[in-house]
Design a protein around this ligand. Sequence first.
Ligand code: 13P
Length: 235
Amino acid sequence: MIIAANLKTNLTRKTTLDYLGELNSFIQKNHISQEVLVFPAMSSLNSCDGDVILGAQNAYATKNGAFTGEIGLEQLEEFSIKTILIGHSERRHILGETQEEIVKKFNYYKKLGFKIVYCVGEPLEKREAGKEEMMQYISSQYKGIDTMYENLIIAYEPVWAIGTGLTPTLVDIENIHTDLKAKSSAPLLYGGSVKVTNAKEVLTLKNVDGILVGSAALYVEHFCTMISYAQDLSQ
Ligand code: 13P
């Protein structure tokens, strides 16, 4: 399974380093064979010698250049980062990234062979508009994306479930994941208010290949507990 932590705009370079140290020693001590990904804040990117795979939460579709406030391939290469999160709802809705920009980014990092965690998910009004409209909305987020890309991981994250403590029912998650698997056979993660208290149930669902965790992953011991659930379920 794939267990991923999106640290968003949290932790400093120093506390991220401590976090990764604890995480790596947990993985080694417990012989964890799951794929563990961590997306730290940009300023906390670093080379990582342990088992954890570090990824960027964002990067511009460029090697370098005049793009104030952005980082590009050159800054990722410094730390041998080959994993990137693209299409997160906070970038779509708060920072106004369009599908067109997202596709450009996707294609740029795909061409370089990056592992891409591509996020999709509906806002509340689309969920309340009924299944058909909701699936139409989610389908529009697949537009221009190579769903057959070999290094693709998809994360289904309903916007209304992110950071709210709300989640779809387990049946809902399973149903939507089944529909999304028909669009792409890439590993499919669930994200949105995953915590120690619900991670195990979510991980047992059909067509759930892992989880993408935000706030609950900020506590390294919680994140480790979720990893151990995945490890137990995989045996
Ligand atoms: P929360 O786990 O805080 O709901 O965030 C999920 C998320 O956005 C992961 O990318």
